[in-house]
Write a protein of this length. Structure first.
Length: 397
């Protein structure tokens, strides 16, 4: 059970984040992260579900599955809680998995999934590959795989690219009800459902489904180190409009106030550090400084917060097969079982018992940050329904 000081730390952080922003992580990793998606209103309130779920990216994953060595798996999930609220892939939406192959945070490859209703009951999908400058313009791509959603077998396309799309168990895990109960109690004096974070850990997402697009690409077609992020855009009958964007989990959800969330989703990763006068980087620094100030060890220094902001912005999920960058496991790609919420809570509130950044040379950011007074996790762990083989996400509930 969490100590009172740790709960108070979390509650105080929540109080600040509810002023002009959606509450920290109550929309999960990236579910319902921006007003334009219908998940959060302009006033910063959380809507009960996504009004535009087919454009709403939940999570992005990049990993090598033990059952399929020599291949890189990339998955994006969209449309949260579809077994409660319904929803499918949009036939006017482009789902893009962007891959940077040279470290400049500009896409060099773009795998684009589009969907159409051919009357068969399940949507027909087409996976197209755009390379080089075409990955930026999304003109001149070529079809590399196709099939129908929820097919019983994967589509094996050109160059041995595997693809699958359809309904899966949501792989994300988080004690959302305990989180809300704690923060509500600390801010209003009344707990929701009587539970507090850590007292009776319950994974809110255990029985929820989502739409998923899963790719498996031979390592021979990718360099050792790649940067990955997903985007969605929708067609209004005349032009394509940017909708959602995500690389690392919860960056937009946690650090940007509602007034900046739509703009963040529209800003290319290569421009995120400087866009709008550097407001996104400033938001991260300010958030880290405040959250860590609640730790008994005091807030991050300006250099420490700036270093972490440089890791989190631009919002690109970096993955190296050989871990050439020496990143700790939770920051090298993202596997389905990686406990990103625990890492998020540890880093943002100033604790570092895992010594995630012990080699960075910034005094106090390594072993000295022992987590005193910090929030070190939500008490829930990975799901048990992940599959060893493609498409890796559990079968739908």
């Amino acid at each position: 059970m969490r100590t009172l000081s740790k709960l108070a730390t979390l509650g105080a952080a929540m109080t600040v984040l509810t002023i002009g922003a959606a509450p920290l992580l109550t929309a999960a990793a990236d579910h319902l992260d921006a007003p334009a998606l219908g998940g959060a209103t302009a006033a910063g309130e959380i809507a009960p579900h996504s009004e535009h779920g087919d454009r709403d990216i939940n999570d992005v994953y990049v990993f090598e599955a033990a059952a399929d060595p020599g291949r890189t798996a990339i998955a994006m999930t969209v449309n949260p809680a579809i077994n409660l609220f319904g929803g499918d892939f949009g036939t006017n939406v482009r789902y893009v998995i962007n891959i940077d192959t040279n470290g400049d945070n500009v896409q060099d490859l773009a795998y684009v999934s589009t969907f159409a209703d051919d009357g068969s009951g399940d949507l027909k999908y087409k996976l197209s590959l755009y390379e080089g400058a075409r990955a930026r313009s999304l003109n001149g791509g070529r079809t590399v795989a196709q099939g129908h959603t929820n097919d019983g077998v994967k589509a094996v396309g050109q160059n041995d690219v595997w693809a699958w799309a359809g309904v899966r168990s949501d792989p994300f895990f988080f004690d959302l009800t305990g989180f809300i109960g704690t923060t509500t109690f600390l801010t209003t004096g009344t707990a929701v459902g009587g539970d507090a974070l850590g007292s009776d850990p319950t994974d809110f997402f255990t029985n929820l489904n989502t739409n998923a697009i899963v790719l498996s690409i031979p390592n021979s077609q990718l360099p050792d180190t790649i940067g990955v992020w997903a985007t969605t855009s929708w067609y209004d009958g005349t032009s394509w409009n940017k909708a959602d964007q995500m690389g690392r989990p919860a960056i937009n959800t946690v650090f940007n106030p509602s007034a900046d969330k739509n703009a963040f989703n529209a800003a290319a990763p290569s421009a995120q550090a400087t866009a709008m006068g550097g407001v996104f980087r400033t938001n991260v620094i300010n958030g880290l400084t405040f959250f860590s100030s609640l730790d008994s060890e005091g807030s991050y220094s300006a250099d420490q917060a700036g270093f972490l902001a440089s890791v989190l912005i631009p919002d690109v999920l970096v993955y190296s097969r050989t871990n050439a960058l020496g990143l700790p496991a939770p920051l090298n790609g993202r596997a389905l079982a990686d406990d990103v919420i625990d890492v998020e809570l540890i880093v943002t509130t100033g604790g570092d018992p895992l010594n995630l950044f012990g080699a960075d040379g910034l005094t106090g950011l390594g072993p000295d940050r022992d987590g005193s007074g910090a929030v070190n996790g939500d008490g829930v762990g990975p799901h048990t329904d992940y599959l060893a083989s493609f498409p890796y996400l559990g079968v739908p509930h």
